[in-house]
Design a protein around this ligand. Structure first.
Ligand code: ZN
Length: 169
């Protein structure tokens, strides 16, 4: 495994639409392993391939329940609403308030090319929406209701949100 360089908000690559993953081979496995290692090394909870300058529809996430890999994810259903603080490994040092669905049903291929379905809620649902947005060139800063400043994070009595704040995606 190897660490990959994360690209930042100014990079036009982050604004491109990524192409579907079509080859489920050792090269994809290596890419996914590198993405996970890079995500963990930066204390992130999610990373999309375009964030390491690979324009393929592949994302990895770990919202505390172990690694989840998704190729070619398609959001099938969403319901409910949650407002919360998001960060992004490609937007270092900033956070924003973002409204997302509370529940998400997603279809995707695993690293072997087999189709899977997952129903997620809360932080994982937020993470899935954030990462799939990356595949279409969208960043959370495009849809946030407002910037959240460090002073607010420190004063925030909600430990869950503080914890989320540490976990950029
Ligand atoms: Zn992100």
């Amino acid at each position: 495994m190897a660490l990959r360089q994360v690209v930042y908000i100014e990079d036009p690559l982050l604004r491109k639409h990524s192409r579907p993953v079509t080859k489920f081979d050792d090269r994809l496995g290596k890419l996914l392993d590198d993405m996970a290692e890079t995500m963990y090394s930066l204390n992130g909870v999610g990373l999309a391939a375009p964030q390491i300058a690979v324009l393929r529809r592949a994302v990895v996430m770990d919202c505390g329940t172990g690694i989840i890999e998704m190729m070619n994810p398609e959001i099938l259903e969403t319901s409910g609403e949650q407002e919360g603080i998001e960060g992004c490994l490609s937007v270092p040092g900033r956070h924003g308030m973002v409204t997302r669905p509370m529940n998400v049903k997603v279809r995707f291929q695993d690293r072997h090319g087999d189709w899977q379905e997952l129903e997620a809620e809360g932080l994982l649902a937020r993470c899935i929406m954030h990462e799939t947005d990356h595949l279409d060139g969208q960043l959370y800063v495009d849809i946030m209701s407002r910037e959240v400043f460090d002073s607010e994070l420190e004063d925030n009595p909600d430990e869950d949100e503080l914890e989320d704040e540490e976990n950029d995606a």
